[in-house]
Design a binder for this molecule. Structure first.
Ligand SMILES: C[S@@+](CC[C@H](N)C(=O)[O-])C[C@H]1O[C@@H](n2cnc3c(N)ncnc32)[C@H](O)[C@@H]1O
Length: 402
């Protein structure tokens, strides 16, 4: 099978799958290949926090041109997966191949399936692009085609608990992946001081309490497959739900915006996590730490619409707050603004590249010991240089426009 994820999350997804019992686990770009049975397929969909979807390959072959593609797709016995009462959809992706158009690839695949059904049964199953029973994925890479069934349907980031969103909600799979990347095991206090609509604290609480990522979601494509085993599915759900536990530390989500916190409140209630997550209206500088140390993970505004001086102030403020109030904590900050991260004024002990969709970001870890309070001369110099460079660039851009 192939589990898809965001760039940068491949390793954590491989670990999740290995923990579930997957074998021959191998990371690939934006995904993980692995072996497993039907039980594993259901489990991966229900519990893998860092997976976007799980594909089940059913055939691979050379596809040098459209005729070869059509012939090979027709060789697959489609009556194993589809019948005339079930609907289907085709998603085509092609790269570095003779067949260059993904829409054409999807069309040829659809023709081959429809023609096989017409020949055998005198009629064909219908296409339903929005809510198919069987979602088929055809990928050609360097003229090698793989035909897979998409077992998830809607992307697995659609957990089912989000009832409201703010202006820049984080993708749930990304949030969970960041928490897994940080190595947090749900055994210490957890704070997101810029929680927005609450995605990071909610994903942290689900992890800490062992609540399956798919707990609130009912729909998966595999439930509409011909071979769906409802007893096995119920068994998996019961097994996973029996592992749900309480959490005896604290999870705090805070944000300066009271308006966005009402959104977070709705999401937290919808996930049934009111007793696990405390939400507070606070600027990061005013937030008081919880005794006993722990971890902070935050996603400050990225800055596309924020003025450069404000970005510098924001990141300096984050650094000051961390140094003054969170000694004993580890802090992780995700930002696409690599230069701005320097204004935190602390040297990151880790700096991981991750992608938020197409946007390249750094996920930086800052260890906060008592010595972290000093702002070194080196940082002040970097700050000055950065301000100057940004201003020069800004002037250049303006001149060009004139
Ligand atoms: C990119 S959004 C976070 C999105 C969030 N992860 C989610 O999934 O909805 C950044 C948040 O930081 C908050 N924020 C900005 N400056 C802040 C400050 N100084 N103190 C506290 N919150 C702040 C904003 O109100 C905004 O909700």
């Amino acid at each position: 099978m192939i589990a898809k994820t965001f760039t940068g999350m491949e390793e954590v997804l491989a670990m999740e799958l290995t923990d579930l019992g997957a074998t021959e686990v191998r990371t690939v770009k934006r995904g993980v290949q692995f072996y497993g049975d039907k039980k594993l397929l259901y489990k991966a969909n229900y519990t893998c926090r860092s997976a976007l979807r799980i594909l089940k390959p059913i055939a691979s072959f050379k596809a040098m041109n459209e005729t070869q593609l059509y012939d090979e797709v027709r060789k697959i016995d489609w009556s194993e997966y589809l019948d005339t009462e079930r609907t289907f959809s085709i998603d085509g992706i092609t790269s570095y191949s003779n067949i260059t158009h993904s829409k054409y690839l999807a069309l040829k695949t659809k023709d081959a399936i429809a023609d096989q059904f017409r020949e055998k049964f005198g009629k064909r199953p219908s296409v339903n692009k929005d809510y198919p029973d069987v979602a088929i994925n055809v990928r050609i890479f360097k003229n090698e085609a793989t035909v897979s069934l998409d077992s998830s349907g809607e992307s697995l980031h659609k957990r089912g608990y989000r009832v409201a969103t703010g202006p820049a909600p984080m993708n749930e799979v990304l949030a969970a992946g960041l928490i897994l990347l940080s190595g947090w095991k749900g055994d210490t206090n957890f704070i997101d001081p810029m929680c927005g609509s609450g995605t990071i604290p909610i994903e942290a609480a689900l992890l800490a309490r062992n609540i399956p990522s798919g707990y609130f979601r009912d729909d998966y494509s595999f439930k509409r497959w011909k071979d769906f085993d409802s007893d096995l599915w119920n068994e998996i759900k019961t097994e996973a739900e029996n592992e749900i536990k309480e959490f005896d530390k604290k999870i705090i989500g805070s944000d300066w915006s009271g308006r966005i916190l009402t959104v977070a409140k709705d999401n937290v209630s919808s996930a049934g996590l009111k007793s696990t997550i405390t939400l507070k209206t606070s600027f990061i500088d005013d937030l008081q730490p919880i005794e006993g140390g722990g971890i902070l993970i935050m996603n400050p505004p990225y800055g596309e619409r924020i003025k450069i001086d404000d970005i510098i102030e924001l990141y300096k403020g984050i650094g000051d707050a961390l140094k003054q109030n969170f000694i004993g904590y580890s802090a992780w900050v995700i930002s696409s603004h690599q230069e701005a991260l320097k204004f935190v004024g602390l040297r990151p002990s880790r700096n991981i590249t991750v992608f938020n969709g197409q946007l390249e970001c750094k996920f930086a870890k800052f260890e906060l010991y008592s010595g972290s309070k000093k702002n070194s001369g080196e940082n002040k110099q970097t700050e000055e240089k950065f301000r100057q460079n940004e201003k020069n660039d800004f002037v250049k851009r303006k001149r060009k426009r004139i």
